[in-house]
Write a protein that binds this ligand. Structure first.
Ligand code: HEC
Length: 136
């Protein structure tokens, strides 16, 4: 096998690994946060966004219509929006803990796995992690 070929194959294999790492959704919250967030969502968001995040008066908050890869959303971008603009009827009215929880719930409904470290309010505001929904 010629050297250029081998380099080419190694580069292709490396790229494949990089793509898989980039595509695997990171664990950004705990299961407890998402569970609590379901109640926060039901009480403060579902009236406009639908009980299953499918949208109503407000847009859907799960699936490709919410977070397609092409939109290049970030966790921080959406969290900034939610904490400053939502609920639309009373922006900024939830506690930091409730915003963390509802964000965890939203991530869980978009294909992000629960992990061992909790989503933190200040860190989430600055998070550059891509927000791309992997649910249909
Ligand atoms: C009174 C109705 C209402 C309530 C309650 C409400 N929203 Fe919204 N929301 C909207 C509307 C309308 C929009 C679209 C207009 C806009 O982007 O400003 C929106 C937009 C959004 C977006 C941006 C969606 C996108 O595709 O860009 C997110 C995220 C969001 N809301 C999250 C929440 C969360 C989380 C809650 C609960 C804490 C909530 N909203 C409560 C009406 C509401």
């Amino acid at each position: 096998m010629r050297l250029e070929w081998r380099i080419g194959l190694a580069a292709t294999a490396g790229f494949g690994v990089m793509m898989r790492v980039a595509l695997a959704a990171p664990a950004l919250y705990t299961a407890d946060q998402a569970k609590a967030g379901q109640d926060v969502f039901a009480g403060n968001c579902a009236a406009c966004h639908g009980p299953n995040l499918g949208g109503d008066e407000g847009p859907a908050l799960a699936g490709p219509s919410f977070a397609p890869a092409a939109n290049h959303l970030t966790v921080g971008g959406i969290f900034n929006f939610i904490t400053s603009q939502m609920p639309q009827s009373a922006p900024g009215s939830l506690s930091h803990v409730q915003y963390e929880q509802v964000m965890a719930f939203l991530l869980s409904k978009n294909g992000y796995p629960a992990g061992t470290s909790a989503l933190d309010y200040a860190a989430a505001l600055k998070s550059a992690a891509p927000l791309v929904s992997t649910v249909p």
